[in-house]
Design a binder for this molecule. Structure first.
Ligand code: ADP
Length: 272
């Protein structure tokens, strides 16, 4: 399904974020990528849809080599990749329905997209999807009237309505309280089962990953150091991933916030 082969990323600054990481994602897998801040989790997820351009290695989605596509081909291929963001990336002044339907824009002709002229099947599908994520009845609310949890549900609905082959989630719970984080992770699990698509999640909170993922990938310093089911994520494995001997669930909450990225990384939650 998704095959990441020896992917590398060195930023222009010289930061070696990924040093040859390989991951194979199969159908319906819910995979959590964990690791300390700066390990390369976000870079890895963003390399898949080439929001970040890898500097080495290959990524295949089915038969398509994503890493060799031209920008026009990439636009089409991105329809197959749903993306869920930490800060939701909704358009505040648009309604819930309009935000969800924007997930179908890639399927419309230029003129229909310009006029936001969606076929009736898309509108029906949007209603169904909003029901699936627990947002039925809120279709006409503006996005800026919603709570964080509701916004993330809309973000998830927008990804699902694309009918993607895979869903990527970059820190989807970081801006949410512990209870809402749990609900969102449960929802992602249900989506993977219901829609039959794998979900690859960059997640900060180890306990959430252990509880909701089928498989965990541990990254440290741009390298994969663990790939297995949550049952094999023992304390010594966590030590290896977090190196200093503590995971983000049991260390001082300020310890995992990098100096340079504190505005984009929230504190680890300790009580989920
Ligand atoms: P994580 O998601 O695990 O916190 P990131 O993928 O955000 O890790 O970052 C991995 C490394 O790449 C870090 O050293 C980080 O500073 C660096 N990095 C991330 N984004 C950029 C960027 N846009 N430019 C330069 N370096 C970056």
């Amino acid at each position: 399904m998704l095959h990441i082969q020896e992917i590398q990323k060195t930023y222009d600054t010289g930061d070696e974020a990924l040093k040859g990481v390989s991951v194979r994602v199969e159908e319906n897998d819910v995979i959590a990528i964990i690791g300390p801040s700066g390990a390369g989790k976000s870079t890895l997820v963003k390399c898949v849809n080439r929001l970040v351009e890898p500097t080495g290695g290959k990524i295949f989605l089915g038969e398509t080599e994503l890493t060799s596509l031209t920008s026009k081909e990439l636009r089409d291929a991105r329809r197959d990749i749903g993306m869920i963001f930490q800060e939701y990336n909704l358009i505040d002044r648009l309604t819930v329905m309009e935000n969800v339907l924007s997930g179908r824009l890639g399927y419309l002709s230029f003129w229909n997209a310009l006029r936001r002229n969606f076929p009736s099947e898309d509108i029906e599908r949007a209603y169904d999807t909003l029901e699936l994520v627990g947002m039925a009845g809120l279709e006409d609310n503006r996005a800026d009237e919603l709570s964080g949890g509701q916004r993330q549900r809309v973000g998830i609905a927008r990804a699902i309505i694309q009918q993607p082959k895979i869903i990527l989630a970059d820190e989807p719970t970081s801006s949410l309280d512990p209870e809402t984080s749990r609900i969102v992770m449960e929802l992602l699990r249900e989506i993977a089962e219901h829609e039959g698509v794998p979900v690859l999640i960059n997640i900060h909170e180890v306990q959430l990953a252990e509880k909701h993922a089928d498989r965990i990938i541990g990254l440290t310093d741009g390298r994969k150091v663990f790939d297995g089911p949550p049952s094999e994520l023992t304390d010594s494995v966590k030590d290896r991933i977090y190196r200093n001997g503590s995971s983000s669930t049991d260390r001082d909450s300020s310890a995992d916030v990098p100096q340079s990225e504190s505005s984009t990384v929230s504190m680890p939650k300790t009580d989920v």
